[in-house]
Design a protein around this ligand. Sequence first.
Ligand SMILES: Nc1nc2c(c(=O)[nH]1)N(C=O)[C@@H](CNc1ccc(C(=O)N[C@@H](CCC(=O)O)C(=O)O)cc1)CN2
Ligand SMILES: Nc1ncnc2c1ncn2[C@@H]1O[C@H](COP(=O)(O)OP(=O)(O)OP(=O)(O)O)[C@@H](O)[C@H]1O
Length: 190
Amino acid sequence: MTKDELRKQLRAARREHVAALPASMRTLVFMRPPAPLLKLVPDDAIIGLYRATATEAPAASYARYFLEQGHAIALPRFADRRGAMEFARFTDPFEESDLENGPFGIAQPSATAEPAAPDVLFVPLVGFTTNGARLGQGGGHYDRWLAANPGTTAIGLAWDTQLVDELPIEPHDVPLSAIVTPTRIYGPFA
Ligand SMILES: Nc1nc2c(c(=O)[nH]1)N(C=O)[C@@H](CNc1ccc(C(=O)N[C@@H](CCC(=O)O)C(=O)O)cc1)CN2
Ligand SMILES: Nc1ncnc2c1ncn2[C@@H]1O[C@H](COP(=O)(O)OP(=O)(O)OP(=O)(O)O)[C@@H](O)[C@H]1O
């Protein structure tokens, strides 16, 4: 199957999976990072997160958790749809008062928010494999950012239905260090 065919199938599976979850359940998963993964997070690490869409694994509790642990939080920001992805500080994960509408229909830090490059980056995904391969939205945003910032530890957050046996891998695809689902931790991979 091509990446586009896989995306179509996996997005549909993700939508159905989330629609079948009671709203109360959706808010109770991904409450905080599992202990084995915290070993990948240095005390002074800047934590990159994302502002989840309705069907992605929710990342809001992680933002609040890491903020309370004293970490700086950063979210993706785009000047416009064609621009490169950068990261900027997210200081209010409780009220989200410092976010504004972004070009992909995803809230993002305002243009005046201070740039900050994550050391540990939690990423959304469309599909993943047990050994850390990742299929994204197809924009190449994360792959390009990770190629330009090679020291970054990238960790996927996903629903279990996003697991696939195999993904077509291209040379630019950057593997994940670990993936967290509501039932499992895959990795950390050496
Ligand atoms: N929550 C979130 N934030 C993110 C990403 C993401 O995947 N999820 N990105 C990852 O790169 C970057 C934004 N880039 C994006 C590139 C393409 C599409 C996109 O094609 N979205 C589909 C909708 C897919 C669906 O929800 O079924 C679309 O607009 O048709 C979205 C974001 C950074 N921020
Ligand atoms: N490091 C890179 N340098 C230049 N182009 C890149 C790089 N990484 C990815 N691309 C380009 O981005 C496009 C999308 O790539 P791909 O289908 O692998 O995206 P994805 O992994 O699903 O998306 P994302 O990384 O945003 O989650 C492709 O045209 C690819 O050539």
